[in-house]
Design a protein around this ligand. Sequence first.
Ligand SMILES: NC(=O)c1ccc[n+]([C@@H]2O[C@H](COP(=O)([O-])OP(=O)(O)OC[C@H]3O[C@@H](n4cnc5c(N)ncnc54)[C@H](O)[C@@H]3O)[C@@H](O)[C@H]2O)c1
Length: 288
Amino acid sequence: MAPGKKSHPYQKHTSKKRLPPETKTNTHQRFREFDLQGKVFVVTGGRRGLGLAMAEALVEEDAQIHCVDRLPEPDDEFRKAQKRANPAVGGSLHYRRIGVRDAENVAKTFGEIGELNKRFDGILCAAGVNHVDKAVEHTPKEVDEVMSINYTGVFICATEAAKQMMKYRCRGAILLVASMGGFIANKGMASPVYNSSKAAVIQLTRINEKGEGGIRVNCLCPGHIMTPMVQMVFDKEPETKELWQSENMMGRLANPEEFRGAALFLLSEASSFMTGASLVIDGGHTAW
Ligand SMILES: NC(=O)c1ccc[n+]([C@@H]2O[C@H](COP(=O)([O-])OP(=O)(O)OC[C@H]3O[C@@H](n4cnc5c(N)ncnc54)[C@H](O)[C@@H]3O)[C@@H](O)[C@H]2O)c1
């Protein structure tokens, strides 16, 4: 600060050091800590569903988002979101094909994204699969498929992202998408392995390392959301829809867009004192 200038009360707060520069103070901008301008994030499982809805929220806060998913091309939904992104503001949405279990390719791709931008601010790990069946019907191969994507894949992507954040000295954030199924059994959905995989992700969030380097790790535990993954459950067992709607206090399923605020909060400086935590957003399902 220039000598003789009076300090703003906010400047005494240490988190001020982590806030974006005050370039927009004359535009009456409030809550600067949510600003993602110039920041670079990866969103796994971002070709559709929850991952894409949250990716779009980050783009709207001016972030550069690289969605990765296992399919060669993203959904039409993704292309529409890409058109809505406004390059004049600074946000952008990109797509790359990678499988989250392919450690070599994940490292290479994240390295390229870091190199291109000379920064890497975080990752949102939303890629996941479900397998609906009774425990006694699961084969070891099916168990391995779910665990290797929902847990090992998350581990690989989160740690490779952390390496990039450390390389470019970015005080970033990692957001892992777990589920309320990590805490409870999903009534009406036989998914013992899926639920265990999400419990493992919740525990991974509590990574036993000091966060002084600046990388925060949190997880999101949603209730039932109307996405293609859930539609597959309804296609198999249509009566599940009514049951799930009646099992939370809101009497309905969530829409993916209802998690936009959570993504922005958990990946921005707005959550600067939050790490190792699980944010449950489930319409009151687990409160009952
Ligand atoms: N829909 C819900 O009710 C709900 C509730 C709680 C948690 N979740 C979690 O939210 C996340 C997103 O789920 P969704 O409901 O949007 O499902 P979705 O099936 O629409 O999206 C999941 C995405 O992950 C991708 N993916 C799967 N395996 C992959 C791999 N090996 N490599 C790269 N990408 C891969 C899929 O292609 C898909 O695009 C998942 O982790 C899911 O477990 C969903």
